[in-house]
Design a protein around this ligand. Sequence first.
Ligand SMILES: [Zn+2]
Length: 134
Amino acid sequence: MLNLGAEHFGQMAAHARAGLPNESCGLFAGEISGDTKTVKAVYCLKNTDASPEHFSMAPEDQFTAIKDIRKKGLTLLGNFHSHPLTPARPSEEDIRLAFDPSLSYIIISLKDPEPVLKSFIVHAGTVTEEAVQV
Ligand SMILES: [Zn+2]
């Protein structure tokens, strides 16, 4: 299960809205205890693709985020990106690029007036939705 504070959800949703019409992306980190991942920090990164259908996280932003995660003694829990016009489901490309089964892949859909957030675990091309508690 993924425990997400309302402020973290807000940070991701605000970043997603600010990036429109393009996809936005970022990383999040926190602590793992048993089956529960608790988010403690969200990092809003630049989408260097500047595209409504793709994202690539700016390498310098990733570097800065990873450095901060280490400094805070947190664990990288996963990444997030937005779908400006489509539902919060991983695209074929998202699945293809999700190579780490230990990470959570959050997608925020802005298709509807209220942002919809879902988290997924991808293992060898198989997608499982992960429970999220906000
Ligand atoms: Zn996607």
